[in-house]
Design a binder for this molecule. Sequence first.
Ligand code: PLP
Length: 341
Amino acid sequence: MAMVKSDAYGHSMTRVAQLLEGSGCSVFGVAEVAEGVDLRDSGCRGDIFIFLGFYPPDVDYFFSHNLTPVVFTFEDLVRISEAQNERGRKLPVFLKFDCGMSRLGFSPNEAVEVFSRCRKLSIEPVGIMSHFPCSDNRHSKNSQHVADLFYRIDCQNGEKLPLVRSICNSGGLLYQPYSHGDMVRIGISLYGYYPDGDKGREKKDEEGLRPAMSCVSRIIQVKTVAAGSGISYGHTYITDRETKIAVLPIGYSDGVLRTMSNRAEVLIRGQRVPIRGRICMNMCMADISAIENASVGDEVVILGSQGRETIDADQIGEWSGTISYEVLCALGNNNPREFLA
Ligand SMILES: *Cc1c(COP(=O)(O)O)cnc(C)c1O
């Protein structure tokens, strides 16, 4: 299953799904019903899973757009049964169990009750799923425990139910090979990142995953300020010498997180240069004193490569106190996009 929620982590759900469907992928995962509707309307013919489940006001869409709810409450089983009876049609249903994430899902202890209710309500679950909390940590013992719990759920009275079983995210796929089951659900690794960031990328640059997204801006003004000048709101940076500043038309409303202020670097003319002062809503400033001839119109790489230098989303995550996932969503979902594939 290709996880294309949140507009494919900022890469465009419809474009990514189209590309992957063309390469043989037939199952897609999104969070919300509205995403599933958009994906179906865009021409996607695969199975579309709604991870936030069966939302009663949207009941019609599950039938009209052939969406698969991931179900985690007894109330929803009843509602789905009623909706099926009214329409004389069944929905494919996946059951979610909480094996240690303390997020969505029935408890594994409820499994017998869940399957017996399904039978009584004429619901035929296609599969079961769960979610790893720590699969990106190769050294954690937690995943083995979670997988053990999960793979016992469908053993009822010593019999295995004919269900598709799915527990792996990217961390599970990469680092918990004993747990793969019937279907893995990958997100971040599709987009070229390891779930554990740089630790995953170690020594893998040649044959490993390659990031799909880059983010590019331009210089819109260049100026020289005297030593002792404060830069941007709050003057959190004071120049210690005469400094050449480039103003960039990209800020936190465009996904350049404000927590990157005074920490991030960008690439201009193939060189790394520091962001100085607070990042504003629509702008930020880079110190280009070390670059000769930088001028208005020059390309500025926020994320990606220029010359021999590269800035990836793991690094931006470190500068801004977050992870690649959030960086990709923030940059991808707040800027005009151009597609190369
Ligand atoms: C987002 C998500 C995934 C994918 O996780 P990655 O770490 O991006 O591979 C898998 N399963 C569920 C339930 C998710 O919400």
